[in-house]
Design a protein around this ligand. Structure first.
Ligand SMILES: Nc1ncnc2c1ncn2[C@@H]1O[C@H](COP(=O)(O)OP(=O)(O)OP(=O)(O)O)[C@@H](O)[C@H]1O
Ligand SMILES: [Mg+2]
Length: 264
């Protein structure tokens, strides 16, 4: 894809504010994702829920990883930490070698905006707002001029095969189309890392295939993809499957086709 990272409306005088995102955007020398002994507890007024109990994992650039596990096992909690939407209670998380613990809120939001694209099960599209405007929204936060936002949103919609639906509002789109709009919105900032929490959870099998085709294409372009799924069939599209149970990683294996290819 030819989209460049959005330029910023206001460049800070000192490097400090965006240093995190800029460093994270460089070509990584180590893993893109490096999680070490991450724990996350929620304190519900006396009752402590230990959602993650010491998770370690590394993901290299260009990998396509599925995270599986029973309901309540900590998958979304882990994904929120990977996406810098939440911070661990203990342990470390490095993204492209950069320790997120050292970043302030501005650095974190900059990092998210420039480097990470999110897709959620429930699409999270804005109702009564066109597909094009939904997709363009992240660029507004990045401070791009309106014409450029529209152009990039069109390109992103074309990538997910929805050029002819740009003017439709979410209620005029099928579930698969809505999820593809959400994918286009995640892509419009040209993120190197795409995180998806049950992106096909609400879709029928033909819509699931439409969405998985887009993920395959994005991975083919070299983007790193991490997706949570309950469906073995969906996980089979990834090249590596990490299984989580009770806040622990219980298995981490290459998909059969990949294992076969690498052992040849
Ligand atoms: N904000 C929160 N406050 C308190 N407890 C939470 C919070 N978020 C998650 N939990 C708890 O942490 C545990 C892990 O939740 P998480 O959402 O990560 O599970 P999950 O594996 O994504 O499950 P599902 O497959 O149902 O989406 C659960 O026991 C959940 O109740
Ligand atoms: Mg979840």
């Amino acid at each position: 894809m030819s989209l460049a990272w959005p330029s910023r409306r206001r460049e800070p005088a000192a490097g400090r504010r965006t240093a995190g995102a800029q460093r994270a955007g460089r070509r990584p020398r180590g893993p893109v994702i490096d999680v070490r002994d991450v724990r996350k507890s929620y304190d519900l007024g006396g009752i402590v829920v230990r959602a993650l109990r010491g998770v370690s994992l590394q993901i290299e650039q260009g990998e396509y990883v599925a995270i599986m596990g029973p309901s309540g096992s900590g998958k979304s909690t882990l994904m929120h930490i990977l996406g810098c939407l939440d911070t661990p209670t203990a342990g470390s998380y490095r993204i492209n070698g950069l320790d997120v613990a050292g970043l302030d809120e501005d650095d974190l939001s900059d990092l998210r905006n420039r480097y990470i694209g999110f897709v959620f099960q429930s699409f999270n599209l804005i109702p009564r707002t066109s597909a094009l405007a939904n997709v363009a929204l992240p660029l507004q936060y990045a401070g791009l001029p309106k014409a450029e936002r529209a152009q990039r949103a069109k390109t992103a919609l074309a990538m997910v095969g929805l050029s002819d639906r740009a003017g439709h509002i979410p209620s005029e789109l099928s579930g698969g189309q809505q999820q593809r709009v959400a994918l286009a919105r995640a892509l419009v900032t040209n993120p190197a890392l795409i995180l998806a929490d049950e992106p096909t959870g609400n879709l029928d099998s033909s819509s699931t295939h439409e969405v998985l085709d887009v993920f395959a294409h994005l991975n083919h372009q070299g983007r790193t993809i991490v997706l949570i799924t309950h469906e073995e069939e969906v996980a089979a599209h990834a090249r590596r499957v990490i299984r989580v149970r009770d806040g622990h990683v219980v298995s981490d294996s290459l998909a059969p086709a990949t294992a076969e290819a690498t052992s040849r």
